[in-house]
Design a protein around this ligand. Structure first.
Ligand code: DX5
Ligand code: ZN
Length: 222
């Protein structure tokens, strides 16, 4: 039976209260904390760096899932590994040498993820799937929270699900962008098991109720 994981994105949290927000969303049932890192170069927005990851690390028992939207990527891998990241993911376009970046992540004892934008082909996946712990399919163009889910992502998720199953490896299939209570079941049906959700959780009045409603939707897929 698939274990579904809910990964709230701190991008939509109240940054003036970040510590409390992280504690609250974990108490509300988050399985993972999704940590969006943007550099105003690879993506047109700027967020937080390794110092903020270090600051929240002691508050967080669940894994911290660092989503690097930065270019170049390698120096940030090392910085976030030292800051306590458990999973580090980067975009195909952001690394000159994808295999080398994956090795770097693993050399720090972190899990490694590769991210595919809506228009990025999956072509390199067959060459690196045996070195991945997570595959992240973007269902929005990266850079901002609160965008609408791009339905074409569903086909991609189906394709990746088949590739993961054929590999026989334990690889999380994560989806990021526009995930809400009313579409999470469709995305799970396509084969995703890990769901990033920013605005749908942090802009809701009751985090626990929203996560519970998402889990209830996921129950319908089993
Ligand atoms: C977008 C980020 C997402 C974003 C998701 O570049 O990677 O993690 O915060 O936010 P929502 O759930 O609001 O689409
Ligand atoms: Zn993200």
């Amino acid at each position: 039976m698939t274990r579904y994981l809910i990964a709230p994105s701190i991008l939509s949290a109240d940054f003036a209260q970040l510590g409390n927000e992280v504690r609250d969303v974990i108490a509300a049932g988050a399985d993972i904390i999704h940590f969006d890192v943007m550099d105003n170069h690879y993506v047109p927005n700027l967020t937080v760096g390794p110092m903020v990851c270090s600051a929240i690390r002691p508050l967080v028992k669940v894994p911290i899932d660092v989503h690097l939207m930065v270019k170049p990527v390698d120096s940030m891998v090392t910085a976030f590994a030292k800051a306590g990241a458990d999973i580090i993911s980067f975009h195909v376009e952001a690394s000159k040498h994808i295999d080398r970046t994956l090795q770097l992540i693993h050399s720090h004892g972190c899990k490694a993820g590769l991210v595919f934008n809506p228009a990025t082909p999956l072509s390199c996946l067959e060459h690196v799937i045996d070195r991945l712990d997570l595959i992240l399919i973007m269902s929005v163009n990266p850079g901002f929270g609160g965008q609408s889910f791009i339905p074409n992502a569903l086909k991609k998720i189906e394709t990746v699900r088949k590739m993961i199953d054929a590999s026989g490896r334990e690889i999380l299939l994560e989806v990021d962008g526009g995930i809400k209570t009313d579409n999470i079941a469709v995305v799970a049906k396509a084969g995703a098991d890990t769901f990033v959700s920013g605005s749908a959780i942090f802009n809701s009045p009751d985090y626990a109720a929203t996560i519970k409603a998402m889990r209830a939707q996921l129950e319908t897929v089993r």
